[in-house]
Design a protein around this ligand. Structure first.
Ligand code: SF4
Ligand code: SF4
Length: 391
């Protein structure tokens, strides 16, 4: 049984959970929370602010209750669908980030997250990839290193650098940038994770170390325009690095691709006679307002028929389940947002599910592979565009 505790309440508020005080328990946040669509899950998000106000949270000695509560605190994927619905603008993920900070400090976190945090400590990235292997995905002749005279410093994502499936997104991006004659270079093996997701997971100290390293690196390179493969990095820099990004251009790669097509610097000519459904990643769509550019890129490919997931597209999109640390957790079957989302995508009759985020790619690939009924190919917008360019 959880009882009110003012010390816990005060600590949550000190860690940035004061957003909870704005809540008046109308329940509107429930309507778009993706967990509401999962039958076996009863995640009552509207109760969280009230529990924080009372400090009736995390204050039990009962081991089973603690484990159940920790699991609930890590259910939120930081998609911000609730924030978009809330009449008071309560930032639930910020409240949960404060609660999770306490959990991280007390080591009361799910096992897989402990492993991820130890990877961060040893390598600066969540996958534990060796620093010298960060650019192995490029093969020969490699990828240019950023120099100050270049237009874009390309911030690749740890997931697209080290995850074998997602590395293909980097290779496709490299091909596209080369074809368009873009002046760019990568930040190199010294790049660390942006820290967006691990911060949402409550590891504030880890985030601070990553931010310090990245700030030093980017300043030392003299990069003015930052190009991002992952919308998590794109959004993370926009929100979490306010001083560094001042006066710098930040652009997601789908935005640059659309611009290059518009300028006539890229001409997709190879036809793809397939039906494609586009999934809006939360960090690119709802959180950054980028909806049209990925669609414009797809529509520039000859033969491609673009379809939408009815009722759940653009700002009503459903999270893949990978945000807020979800990518690193083990979700039991029946409790996976990615399974729900690939089902929605398959119901459109599409052949291909297009994504614009390495996290979405990793989550959906896993769901499609472990499903008996769903036949969908998961491709990144960069891959589809690269395939449409003449060799
Ligand atoms: S919608 Fe906002 S005000 Fe209403 S219960 Fe949810 S968090 Fe509270
Ligand atoms: S951020 Fe998303 S998953 Fe988290 S409570 Fe809000 S709607 Fe639910």
């Amino acid at each position: 049984m959880l009882t009110p505790d003012s010390e816990i309440r005060d600590l949550i508020l000190e860690y940035g959970g004061e957003e909870a005080l704005k809540c008046y328990q109308c329940g509107m946040c429930m309507s778009l929370c993706p967990w509401y669509q999962i039958e076996d899950v009863n995640f009552l998000v509207y109760r969280l602010p009230q529990a924080v106000k009372l400090g009736a949270i995390l204050n039990t000695e009962d081991k089973e209750e603690v484990a159940a509560e920790v699991a609930e605190m890590y259910r939120c994927v930081g998609c911000e669908a609730c924030l978009a619905q809330c009449p008071r603008g309560v930032d639930i993920p910020a409240v949960l980030r404060a609660v999770r900070r306490i959990l991280v400090e007390n080591q009361s976190i799910p096992g897989p997250l402990k492993t991820t945090i130890s990877h961060f400590h040893s390598t600066g990235n969540p996958l534990g990839g060796a620093e010298e292997k960060r650019l192995d995905w490029a093969g020969e002749p490699g990828v240019p290193a950023f120099e100050p005279a270049m237009e874009f410093a390309w911030f690749t994502c740890c997931t697209s650098d080290y995850d074998p499936r997602c590395q293909s997104i980097n290779r496709a991006t490299l091909k596209v940038l080369d074809r368009a004659g873009v002046s760019f270079g990568v930040l190199g093996t010294g790049q660390s994770c942006c820290g967006e997701a691990i911060r949402k997971a409550g590891a504030e100290q880890v985030f601070n170390q990553l931010a310090e390293a990245n700030t030093k690196l980017i300043n030392s390179k003299g990069a003015r325009s930052l190009l991002f493969t992952s919308p998590h990095c794109f959004n993370g820099y926009r929100r979490d690095y306010p001083e560094l990004v001042q006066g710098r251009e930040l652009i997601h790669e789908t935005q640059l691709f659309a611009r290059l097509i518009d300028q006539g610097r890229l001409k997709p000519t190879k036809a793809l006679n397939k039906k494609v459904v586009y999934h809006d990643p939360c960090t690119l769509g709802r959180q950054s307002g980028v909806y049209d550019e990925p669609r414009a890129v797809l529509q520039s490919i000859p033969g491609l028929e673009l379809v939408e997931i009815e009722n759940f597209n653009r700002d009503q999109s459903v999270c893949c389940g990978g945000g807020g640390g979800g990518l690193w957790l083990d979700w039991p079957k029946g409790e996976r947002l990615s399974d729900l989302r690939v089902r929605q995508a398959a119901e459109t009759g599409a052949d291909i599910l297009a994504v614009a985020c390495p996290y979405c790619m990793a989550m959906f690939e896993d769901s499609v592979k472990t499903s008996y009924e769903i036949e969908l190919e998961v491709k990144d917008v960069a891959e589809l565009l690269a395939d449409s360019l003449e060799d």
